[in-house]
Write a protein that binds this ligand. Structure first.
Ligand SMILES: NC(=O)n1nc(-c2ccco2)nc1N
Length: 323
């Protein structure tokens, strides 16, 4: 009856908000015991009235039986991997090429982020509901790991707030924090299971499980670093704007995300993060500098879409031959 429906809806909303504060904001709002009590109450209501169960209920994070195999996902927008630079000179060269290609003299604003050492994933939200998770794969085709990404507490099953796009593809890195990795290997040692070599391998192995119940026991987190498809919604002018918007919709973004001006701003960020690297709670294998304005990315993206290894040498236009 309607009071049970209302109670279930209220419990679902409250639990999802508590999850958001605990796993995305790292600011727990209630004691664990209180959370468990609410969770058990929702579980009881759903068992008594299965028709109340919705896909974004926190009780639905761990699926039922294992899947038989991984489906394939065709990325509508290719998931490009990043080119690398290894020193200041090459970074300065990158910035110079960017400004040359844009035909600008003055400084370009960059978005600066740590490069998390995990697994790149694509999350598709339709009308705010998480409908699919996929690995990068070869950039064009990835593996469907929806059943496993649903178990990760920092991945919202439903976005909240307003002006949520019809379709929103969020891209980010699934990673295992250093502390979680150490605890997992400690448990593995005690139970005679194999240990993982590093957090990246541990995350990769956890996402390759056919049985989501195993993935659910692994301390995984997800941090957004970009978007793919966005339709029926507003694309904000810059990457940093868009990441802040993802955060308002309940997604986790990296606290070290900053805007910097020109090559000098990037080099200062590099120094700052080089000092800070060992004290971060997760492993990083570098930093990522992105031209912050999407309009400039589009222009640059255009140039880089042509193969850099081939060029067409055109003949001069011939006089039109009149019949
Ligand atoms: N791994 C990582 O942390 N990444 N990866 C990107 C990326 C890959 C392609 C475009 O952006 N950005 C960040 N922060």
């Amino acid at each position: 009856d309607s009071s049970v429906i209302q109670e279930a809806q209220q419990l679902r909303a409250d639990l999802n908000l508590h999850n958001h504060r605990y796993y995305v904001l790292d600011e727990p709002s209630i004691p664990d015991a209180e959370y468990d009590r609410l969770f058990q109450r929702l579980k009881t209501l759903e068992e008594a009235h299965p028709e109340l169960i919705t896909s974004d209920s926190p009780t639905q994070r761990v699926g039922g039986s294992p899947i038989s195999g991984f489906g394939e996902v065709a990325h509508e927008i290719p998931m490009l991997s990043l080119d690398n630079v290894f020193n200041e000179e090459e970074l300065i060269d990158f910035d110079r090429r960017v400004r040359e290609r844009l035909g600008v003299q003055d400084n370009v604003e960059y978005a600066c982020e740590p490069k998390l050492d995990g697994i790149a994933v694509s999350l598709l939200y339709e009308k705010g509901l998480l409908v699919r998770g996929a690995t990068r794969g070869d950039g064009t085709t990835g593996e469907d790991i929806t059943h496993n990404v649903r178990t990760i507490p920092s991945i919202p099953l439903r976005l909240f707030g307003d002006a949520i796009p019809e379709r929103l593809e969020v891209r980010g890195e699934i990673y295992m924090p250093k502390a979680g990795f150490a605890a997992l290997n400690k448990r593995a040692e005690l139970s005679g299971e194999k240990r993982f070599v590093n957090p990246r391998n541990a995350a990769a192995g956890s996402l390759r499980q056919l049985d989501a119940r195993i993935t659910a026991t692994r301390p995984l987190e997800m941090c957004c670093y970009g978007i793919g498809v966005i339709s029926g919604g507003e694309l904000l002018p810059t990457h940093t704007d868009m990441m802040q918007q993802l955060s308002r919709w309940g997604l986790k973004i990296n606290g070290e995300l900053k805007a910097a001006t020109g090559e000098q701003g990037c080099l200062e960020y590099y120094q700052y993060m080089a000092e800070k690297r060992n004290s971060l709670p997760y492993e990083i294998d570098g930093l990522v500098f992105k031209v912050n304005k999407y309009s400039l990315q589009q222009r640059l993206g255009f140039v880089s879409r042509f193969p850099r290894w081939a060029i067409a040498h055109k003949f001069p236009a011939q006089e039109e031959i009149t019949q």
